[in-house]
Structures are given as structure tokens and as C-alpha cells.
Ligand binder design. Structure first.
Ligand code: UTP
Length: 415
């Protein structure tokens, strides 16, 4: 009884009366589930997140400076060999693990199912994104005579589908005992008026809390402890939706070892000064991915003595960490960003509404916001045509069509 009253009280305080109406209609287990859900939600935090969506983004007086990087294509033969050897040693000794962030909703792609289960139409038969990632890891295992432990982050929504898909496909031949699925946290979605959405299951709609949730979830799920037990020293974290992602790049790894840094990242050069991507820089003396909206236009156009953009290194979700770095970040609080997205909901007449336009805020923390907890980061510039074939949109840029072309072009050149 107390729990019901607690739930009603809090809903009243935060103007969520439509959920009280729902609660009154439900019975038995469904009612209990909703009460439990309400009592777990941090309404104060949610209100703050909603209020922030109404505030003008204030661009503070920040000291922005370029960050040095090394260009993989321009390394001397000796340096490249030194880095490669150092990186190979880490992997050969079994001190390397890989994390795939696969908890996103993939709303722009609109694929029915987890993004990793999307089949890219390559070489006639097609390949699933998970299959492409597995092939990349299997190739590394063969090269370095080891099996790299692979941790896949899912969301509460897609965990079961992801698990069933991988089981059905026998993990595309990856040794199952080296694959661990773990689930990330969630936050409720809010409509434009700050109201909670009701889902088809008569619960409050929640969605994964952004790829910045990876760090906390690695620790909370026990994966970090598992990594320690296995003697892992370096961890690569990448997305699920880049068909050219190189998850075991020994040059990147060796460079990080050589420089003695805690974090490293692979970049690609911006297509032009105004490409809408986040770029690496130093902000107030700490490494940061500066979003295009945060970068004054003039600064975005600045070039160095070689005519290259000073802020030209785009972040491509290709990040590397020591295990100590992950441990440290997992205990920090990352800020949340909001994004308006399309999310279906049940209206007051019980009908499911599938919106055609973005209708609700999703709150997400970003993986790269953790860089500022460090003094330094090592950046290796890769190549767009070798390293980046994202599958984001249904059509146009960064779509299955562009990813297919990039993927096939890359592999045709290898053979
Ligand atoms: P995006 O930010 O591009 O999001 O994710 P998305 O979910 O794939 O697509 P949209 O924006 O809804 O269309 C970049 C990477 O981060 C992962 C994604 O799975 C992808 O690999 N991600 C994103 C998570 O693992 N969890 C999240 O909460 C968000």
C-alpha cells in the first residue's frame, strides 16, 4: 500500500498524472511492475535533464588548443615497426580485450532489431554487422596466436534479441566462452512537454542512457573484474556500426604503450572545415572531443604551417584505454546530453502512436566526455577509406549504400 501511495505522490509532485491514470487501470502483476518502475526513477534528476533542454546552450569562455597527433601513413619505417611490435606483444600475451557498444537504438537506420543484426548488402550474399566485426577479431586472433576476449554491451531492450541472434549464428565461429554480453543502464524518455511516455507493455518507456554508460556498466556488470582476472591490461572500445572498424590495430596500441598514456584514439581527417563531426582538441588543458556546435567558425577553418586544419582530427569511436583508466572513469559522473528522437507511445485512448517526426527527448552520456578526466591522450590519424564506413542513416550519407561501397572497395584493394 505504501509503495502505491509513494508512487502516486511522486507522480503528482512531478506532474505525471497520466501515469496515475494508467496505474488505476492496471491490476495484478502489471500494476506491481509499474509501481516498482516508478519507485526506481530519479524524478529529480529527470526534471533537471528536461529543464536543461529548454536552456540555451551556453558556450563558455573556453581555452581551446589543438592536440598533437601522429599520422599513421607518415610514420617512419622504424617507428611503425616499433609501435607494431609493442602492440603485438600486448595482444600475444593475452592482455588485450575488446568491447563493442551495441546498446544504441539505431533510430535513424530504422532497422527492426539490434543494429548488429543488420545485414549489409556486400558481395551478393551480404554480411551482418556482427559478422563483419567477428571476422575482424578472428583475423587478429589468427595473426597473433591468441583469442581476444570480446565484451558486447547491449541495452535492456535489445539484449535478448542480440543473444538469440548470436546463438543462432553460432557466434559466427567465435569461441563462445570468449564472448560476454552485458547490459547498460536506462533513463526514461520524455515528450516535448516533459511527460513520460507509456509503452505497449503498459510501462514507462525507457531507453539506454548513451554510450558513455559503457564505463559504469563494465564495472557494474562484473566485466571489469572479469578482465582483471584474465590479466587484461588494455581495452579497445568501438561501435557496432562501422563496417571498417579495426579492433586490433597494433600501431595504435603500440603507440599508446610507447607514449605511456592511459587513453588513445584513432582519428580520421575531417572532410572539410565545416563537416559536422566532433574533433579532437584540448579544452582548458584537457583532451576533449569538441562538437562542431562548440567550435567557433573561424577556429574550425584555422590551418597550420603545412596547410592542414588545426582542428581536423575527427573522432570515430575508435578508443583505447588502460584497465586503470576504465576503472577510474567508471567511478566518475558523465554529463547527459539530450536528443529529440522518434519514439512510439500509447496515447490517452490506448492507441499506439508511431511518430513521423521526433517527438521525445532521449538522454545520453557520450563516451568521449570521459577524455577530460585525463591530462593527455595519444591520437593516431588513420584513413577514412581504411577505417570508417559508418551505418547511421537509412539513405544518403553514412548509409548502408555508402558503407557497402567503402567496404567492398577496401577489401577489393586487399585481395
Ligand atoms: P549512435 O550515437 O550513433 O546511436 O551510436 P545509434 O543508437 O546507433 O543510432 P541513432 O542515433 O538512434 O540513430 C554510436 C554507437 O554507440 C552505441 C551504438 O550502438 C553505436 O555503436 N550506443 C549508443 C550504445 O551502445 N548505447 C547507447 O545508449 C547509445
Amino acid at each position: 500500500m505504501d509503495k502505491i501511495q509513494d508512487a502516486i505522490d511522486i507522480l503528482k509532485i512531478y506532474n505525471q498524472e497520466h501515469i496515475i491514470n494508467l496505474l488505476e487501470k492496471l491490476e495484478g502483476e502489471k500494476k506491481q511492475e509499474l509501481i516498482e518502475q516508478i519507485n526506481k526513477i530519479d524524478f529529480h534528476q529527470l526534471k533537471e535533464l528536461y529543464d536543461n533542454t529548454k536552456k540555451e546552450i551556453e558556450i563558455k569562455e573556453n581555452k581551446i588548443e589543438p592536440l598533437p597527433y601522429l599520422d599513421k601513413a607518415k610514420l617512419s619505417k622504424e617507428t611503425k615497426e616499433k609501435f607494431d611490435r609493442l602492440g603485438e606483444e600486448v595482444i600475444e600475451k593475452g592482455e588485450y580485450a575488446v568491447v563493442t557498444m551495441a546498446g544504441g537504438q539505431g533510430t535513424r537506420l530504422g532497422h527492426n532489431g539490434p543494429k548488429g543484426t543488420f545485414k549489409l548488402d556486400v558481395y551478393g550474399k551480404g554480411k551482418y554487422l556482427f559478422e563483419i566485426l567477428t571476422e575482424n577479431l578472428k583475423e587478429a586472433n589468427k595473426k597473433y596466436g591468441t583469442t581476444i576476449p570480446w565484451y558486447i554491451m547491449t541495452s535492456k531492450q535489445n539484449n535478448e534479441d542480440t543473444y538469440n541472434f548470436l546463438e543462432k549464428n553460432n557466434y559466427f565461429g567465435y569461441p563462445k566462452e570468449y564472448v560476454t554480453l552485458f547490459t547498460q543502464g536506462e533513463l526514461p524518455l520524455l515528450d516535448k512537454e516533459g511527460k513520460l511516455l507509456i509503452g505497449k507493455d503498459m510501462k514507462i518507456r525507457e531507453a539506454s542512457d548513451g554510450n558513455g554508460g559503457t564505463y559504469f556498466s563494465l564495472r557494474a556488470s562484473g566485466c571489469l573484474a572479469d578482465m582483471k582476472e584474465r590479466g587484461i591490461k588494455w581495452i579497445f572500445i568501438g561501435g557496432v556500426d562501422n563496417a571498417l572498424l579495426k579492433m586490433a590495430d597494433v600501431t595504435l596500441l603500440g603507440m599508446a604503450v610507447d607514449k605511456g598514456v592511459q587513453i588513445a584514439s584513432k582519428s580520421i581527417v575531417k572532410a572539410n572545415a565545416h563537416e559536422r563531426v566532433g574533433v579532437f582538441g584540448k579544452m582548458n588543458n584537457h583532451p576533449k572531443v569538441i562538437e562542431y556546435s562548440e567550435m567557433p567558425e573561424k577556429m574550425a577553418e584555422e590551418v597550420d604551417e603545412n596547410g592542414e586544419l588545426k582542428y581536423g582530427e575527427a573522432h570515430i569511436m575508435c578508443n583505447l584505454y588502460t584497465i586503470d583508466a576504465i576503472e577510474k572513469i567508471s567511478k566518475e559522473t558523465l554529463m547527459y546530453h539530450s536528443a529529440l528522437k522518434k519514439n512510439a507511445y500509447i496515447d490517452e485512448n490506448g492507441r499506439e502512436i508511431i511518430p513521423e517526426e521526433p517527438n521525445s527527448y532521449k538522454f545520453e552520456s557520450f563516451i568521449f566526455d570521459a577524455f577530460e578526466f585525463f591530462d593527455d591522450i595519444a591520437i593516431l590519424r588513420g584513413k577514412r577509406e581504411d577505417d570508417f564506413a559508418p551505418v547511421k542513416n537509412k539513405e544518403g550519407v553514412d548509409s548502408p549504400k555508402t558503407a557497402k561501397e567503402l567496404y567492398e572497395k577496401f577489401w577489393n584493394n586487399q585481395n
